[in-house]
Design a protein around this ligand. Structure first.
Ligand SMILES: C[S@@+](CC[C@H](N)C(=O)[O-])C[C@H]1O[C@@H](n2cnc3c(N)ncnc32)[C@H](O)[C@@H]1O
Length: 300
């Protein structure tokens, strides 16, 4: 059963110094199952993402929330050069394992995986940034993990500024968040969506914490029934048939998030918002908003 008290996160601190919600290993262990079938997950947006990156001539991609590596692996398979970072060693463990298993494939042999966090990202990987990546991606509702510790979203702005510094002039940032406007209105989170589509996810309990009358934190309690999951997707140390884990998010409002991106990238950047990787007009209530920002090619 999900607890009725809100403990915002597990107690782990990644070696990077940021709070690591995945440090207890609970979510990491079942992440491959939570994601659902890998091919059908990425199929939901592969054409969109790969098409967009190719249209912009992108070759070198930085995945700033690679987790177990799902999007990075898809991009490597599609011929991109990928640098992947994440703050959680528990999640990176699975990406590193895949890299090792496929090291004889040239693209996997060249795949760079680093532990780093968004708050100090540019300094952490400056030598890898060079003149900037053609595109930076931050997908799967990852950015919302960065909570608002000071009540003024300063750390989130700092992270977005770091992302901007990693993008070359004229390059792209693709970043998403769940539709928190809808979650606030309905108090519900879809158990199935473009990214997380497992037949094993039986429930996501949504709790919203208000501070001074404003929603400050959304806590999701995930219930995954792993009894019938394929053995190769089950971590050997999972013994129970039901897995529960809790993750907390900052509820980004679409309007506010758009404004934060504008501040980070400046007036001369262009941006477009998609709903579940479709044109906004084509979808009534998207589960996810995906922001595509093109950095100005002029350096001021
Ligand atoms: C929801 S998971 C998504 C992973 C992957 N993109 C996917 O879709 O499966 C979010 C990831 O963001 C990482 N993350 C959260 N806060 C971070 C931070 N401040 N710096 C770097 N990574 C962070 C977590 O460790 C986690 O692996």
């Amino acid at each position: 059963m999900a607890e009725n008290t809100i403990t915002t996160r597990s107690l782990g601190i990644a070696s990077e110094g940021v709070k690591d919600q995945y440090a207890d290993g609970k979510a990491a262990k079942v992440w491959q199952i939570f994601i659902g079938d890998k091919k059908s997950r990425t199929q939901n947006y592969k054409n969109f993402l790969v098409g967009l990156l190719k249209k912009h001539g992108c070759k070198r991609i930085l995945d700033v929330a690679c987790g177990t590596g799902i999007d990075s692996i898809m991009l490597l398979e599609e011929g991109f050069e990928v640098v992947s970072i994440d703050a959680s060693d528990k999640m990176l463990k699975y990406a590193l394992k895949e890299r090792w298993n496929r090291r004889r494939e040239e693209s996997f042999d060249k795949w760079i995986i680093e532990e780093a966090n968004w708050i100090t990202l540019y300094d952490d990987i400056e030598d890898l940034v060079g003149n900037g990546f053609d595109a930076v991606i931050c997908l799967g509702n990852s950015f919302a993990h960065l909570l608002d510790n000071f009540g003024d979203q300063r750390e989130q702005m700092q992270a977005l500024r770091n992302f901007e510094k990693c993008v070359k002039p004229g390059g792209l940032l693709l970043i998403d968040h769940r539709n928190y406007d809808d979650i606030m209105d309905t108090g519900k989170t879809a158990t199935k969506c473009i990214y997380y589509n497992s037949q094993h996810t039986t429930d996501i309990k949504t709790s919203v914490l208000y501070v001074a009358g404003r929603p400050a934190l959304v806590t999701l309690d995930y219930l995954i029934d792993i009894s019938s999951a394929d053995d190769d997707k089950r971590d050997t140390i999972i013994e129970d048939s039901i897995s529960e884990f809790r993750l907390s998010y900052y509820p980004h409002r679409l309007r506010v998030f758009k404004e934060m991106l504008r501040k980070a990238f400046g007036e001369n950047a262009t941006s477009k918002i998609y709903g579940d990787f479709k044109e906004l007009d084509d979808i009534e209530v998207p589960n996810f908003y995906i922001h595509v920002v093109e950095k100005s090619s002029t350096i001021f």
